[in-house]
Design a binder for this molecule. Structure first.
Ligand code: 5RP
Length: 221
């Protein structure tokens, strides 16, 4: 089985009847959502909370009931992917530009499961350029202030234009050599006025489900 499917389906097994379930974004979360869709088709009742417009569309296609974000107070379980993780369950997220909604939804989640194939594991975060969501206003000032933190910062582009997030903001990808203290860097970045949120998730993941490259699961809790 493809590693993303393996970890995605393993995470879906934690979803039980009547739960409110945060639905992640990306190619790994896709497999968890597909499995949840099958479970719903077989009669399980859940309410989903999507972390992006793309996930909302997928969930609706699978007939997963969605809870409007204005009605969400607490989420029982969220399953999401990551771009990089370390042994302390610190994460870099936002490769799919959904980090703001993902972090808000993670922040009200009781049990936050991250699913990631073996290639995403690092001893120290920093291999993946850290995504930062910024306001379009004064974007050059924000870029300068991010660069001053010691990274090579550039606006994410696609099809010849700047990537616009679901929240009508921009993404800056910040390539650090290493991020030895993710919690401190998270705070420093979020102190920049033009930063909306960044992709460092520290102290949030309860369980990381990964794999050993040979078809076996690895759980980090
Ligand atoms: C989107 C994310 C994704 O979870 C992350 O990019 C991992 O995606 P994939 O499973 O496709 O590698 O943070 O903003």
């Amino acid at each position: 089985m493809n590693p993303k499917q393996l970890v995605g389906e393993a995470a879906a097994a934690y979803v039980k009847d009547n739960m409110i379930v945060g639905l992640g974004t990306g190619s790994t979360a896709y497999f968890a959502i597909m499995k949840i869709g099958e479970m719903v088709k077989s009669g399980m009742k859940i309410q989903g909370v999507p972390t992006s417009k793309a996930t909302e569309k997928l969930a609706l296609e699978l007939n997963i009931s969605l809870l409007p974000i204005s009605d969400v107070k607490k989420i029982d379980i969220t399953i999401d992917g990551a771009d990089e993780f370390d042994g302390n369950k610190n994460l870099i997220k936002g490769g799919g530009a959904a980090l703001l909604r993902e972090k808000i939804i993670a922040s009200v989640t009781d049990f936050y499961i991250i699913i990631a194939d073996a290639a995403k594991k690092s001893d120290v975060l920093g291999s993946f350029a850290l995504p930062v969501e910024v306001t379009p206003f004064a974007k050059e000032i924000t870029l300068m202030q991010l660069t001053a933190l010691g990274c090579i910062a550039q606006f994410r582009e696609k099809d010849g234009g700047l990537v616009i997030t679901d929240n009508q903001n921009l993404i800056v990808d910040c390539k650090f050599d290493k991020i030895p203290n993710p919690a401190e860097m998270n705070m420093k970045i979020n102190q920049i006025p033009g930063v909306v949120e960044n992709g460092l998730f520290t102290g949030m993941a309860d369980l990381i489900i990964s794999e050993d490259g040979k078809g076996g699961l690895i759980k980090l809790d």
